[in-house]
Write a protein that binds this ligand. Structure first.
Ligand code: NAP
Length: 253
C-alpha cells in the first residue's frame, strides 16, 4: 500500500485518479482549491480508509509548502505525487492576442504559469526532498496536455505552461533517478471531465469527437488507468517519458 497526494482531486480527472489509487489500495490525500464540498464528495467515494482532504489555492505562493506539510503529516509520508490541479481553458480566461487587452493577457499568463507550472514544480521539489531525506523511492506524475504540442491559439499561456511542465518533468526524471524517484508526464487530449461536458453537445461536440479516428473523446477513468501504471514500479523505465494520451488525434513527429 502506498500513499498519494492528488492535486485537484475534487473533480474531473483528479477525482478519477484518486478513486483508482484508492481502489488499488493506496491511501490518498485529495487536494482542492476552493470547492471543499466536492473534495469531500471525492473522499466519500474512495474505497478503503485513511484518506484525507487538503485545501490550498495554488495561486498563493506559500500554498505548496502548506499542502505538502499537511499531506505528509496526515499520511505519515508520501510515496506518490500527482500534479493534476490546473487552471484550465475557460471562456473567462481566453486570451487570443488579437482580441485581448494587456491586463487580461498578463492575468492569464500569471495565473496559468503560477498554478500549472510553478506550483507543480514547487510541490515536486518539496515532495522529492522529503523522499530523499527518507531514502525512499517514489513517483511523480504530471498531468500535462496535448495542447503543449498542438498549440493553443486561444490559450497560449496554457499551452506554454503545460509544455514547461513536460520539460520540467524530464529534467526531474534525470535529477531524481539516482534517488529512485520516477517522474513521468501524461499529455491528454480532450477528456470528458464534467467541466468539458457542455462542449460535447451539438455540432461542436461532433467536431471534438471527430478529432480522434476512434470517433470519441477520452474519459477521466482512462487517464486514471494510465496514472495507475505510471505510479507503479512497472513504470520505472518510463521515467522521463511524456505519454501522448489523445486517441491518435495528434501525432508528434
Ligand atoms: N479535461 C481535459 O480535456 C484535459 C485535457 C488535457 C489536460 N487536462 C488537464 O488535466 C487536469 C485536470 O483537468 P480537469 O478537466 O479534470 O479539470 P477541472 O475539472 O477544471 O478540475 C480542476 C481541478 O484543479 C483544481 N484547481 C483549479 N484551480 C486551482 C488553483 N488555483 N489552485 C489549486 N487547485 C486548483 C480544482 O479545484 P476546485 O474544485 O477546488 O476548484 C479542481 O480540483 C488539469 O491540469 C488540466 O489542464 C485536462
Amino acid at each position: 500500500m502506498s500513499t498519494a497526494l492528488v492535486t485537484g482531486g475534487s473533480r474531473g480527472i483528479g477525482r478519477a485518479v484518486a478513486q483508482a489509487l484508492a481502489a488499488r489500495g493506496d491511501r490518498v490525500a485529495v487536494h482542492y482549491a476552493s470547492d471543499r464540498d466536492a473534495a469531500e464528495e471525492t473522499l466519500r467515494s474512495l474505497a478503503g480508509d485513511g484518506h484525507v482532504v487538503i485545501g490550498g489555492d495554488l495561486r498563493d505562493s506559500d500554498a505548496p509548502s502548506r499542502i505538502i506539510e499537511r499531506a505528509d503529516a496526515a499520511m505519515g509520508g508520501l510515496d506518490i505525487l500527482v500534479n493534476n490541479a490546473g487552471i484550465a481553458p475557460l471562456e473567462s480566461n481566453r486570451h487570443r492576442p488579437d482580441e485581448t487587452d494587456l491586463d487580461a493577457w498578463q492575468s492569464a499568463w500569471r495565473q496559468m504559469v503560477d498554478v500549472n507550472l510553478i506550483a507543480a514544480a514547487e510541490l515536486t521539489y518539496l515532495f522529492a526532498r522529503r523522499l530523499i531525506d527518507r531514502k525512499a523511492p517514489g513517483f511523480v506524475v504530471n498531468v500535462g496536455s496535448r495542447g503543449a504540442f498542438k498549440g493553443e491559439p486561444d490559450y497560449p499561456a496554457y499551452g506554454a505552461a503545460k509544455a514547461g511542465l513536460h520539460a520540467f518533468g524530464q529534467s526531474m526524471a534525470v535529477a531524481l533517478a539516482p534517488h529512485g524517484i520516477v517522474v513521468t508526464s501524461i499529455a491528454p487530449g480532450f477528456i470528458s471531465s464534467d467541466r468539458q461536458a457542455p462542449k460535447l453537445e451539438g455540432a461542436a461536440g461532433d467536431a471534438l469527437r471527430a478529432q480522434s479516428p476512434f470517433g470519441r473523446v477520452g474519459t477521466p477513468e482512462e487517464v486514471a488507468e494510465a496514472v495507475l501504471f505510471l505510479s507503479s514500479p512497472a513504470a520505472t523505465w518510463s521515467s522521463g517519458a511524456v505519454i501522448d494520451f489523445n486517441g491518435a488525434s495528434h501525432l508528434r513527429p
